[in-house]
Design a protein around this ligand. Structure first.
Ligand code: G3P
Length: 218
């Protein structure tokens, strides 16, 4: 399973990229706005920090505008992946871009039908938002199960399921159980994945017992 970091905070990306566990980055207009910095500057810096795909979202809502903005974003770095919303114009832009071999992440997916359309439009990734479904008492992981099952029926589909709007480690583990290709994780969730109290307790006990031997490994 690939782990992307879901942030535009370059300090967080740099810190997590150093673990070697980061396979890409996803941003969106809200995450970029939080940086308070020019989008293209942030995008260029992120693309230098990771080799994998960096999703940069267009802000136009019409196909022509999306394609214009995509050209500008693609010029920033070779690992830019164009993010478009799951709308008719987004699907048309996805079709046109993917036909040219451009990586496209179709975002704001909330139904299996939408995911099917993204795959037919040649998307590289489709981003179902599990947390936002959970937030309104729907079952976000059920959507992942449905999409993975549907995609398995069509080996010709090249679209990867990119689980987004992840709220906690449970989403990550369940997404892996279901066979999703990618999860994009807020930095805090990545750090939560590592922690377990019994690991901390066990290490503390090992080191305490080792200290009693008076030995060092040198
Ligand atoms: O970046 C796409 C998605 O991960 C956003 O998640 O937390 O705003 O629902 P969230």
């Amino acid at each position: 399973m690939k782990f992307f970091v879901d942030t535009a905070d370059v300090a967080e990306i740099a810190d997590l990229a150093a673990t070697g566990l980061v396979d890409g980055v996803t941003t969106n207009p809200s995450l970029v706005a939080k940086t308070g910095r020019p989008f293209l500057d942030v995008l260029a810096e992120i693309c230098r920090l990771v080799d994998g795909p960096v999703s940069a979202e267009v802000t136009a809502t019409d196909q022509a505008g999306m394609l214009r903005e995509a050209e500008r974003l693609l010029a920033v770095a070779k690992n830019v992946c164009i993010k478009v919303p799951l709308t008719i114009d987004g699907l048309k832009a996805c079709r046109a871009l993917s036909a040219r071999g451009v990586a496209v992440n179709v975002t704001l997916c909330f139904s299996p039908a939408q995911a099917l359309l993204a795959a037919k439009a040649g998307a590289t990734f489709v981003s179902p938002f599990v947390g936002r479904l959970d937030d309104v008492a729907h079952d976000g992981m059920r959507l992942i199960a449905d999409i993975v099952q549907i995609f398995r029926n069509y080996p010709a589909f090249r679209t990867e399921v990119l689980v987004a709007s992840v709220r906690h480690p449970g989403h990550v583990v369940e997404a892996a159980r279901l066979g999703a290709h990618v999860a994009t994780l807020p930095p805090a969730v990545i750090r939560q994945l590592v922690r377990h109290p019994l690991t901390d307790k066990g290490l503390e006990a090992f080191l305490a017992d080792w200290a009693k031997t008076g030995q060092i490994i040198a």
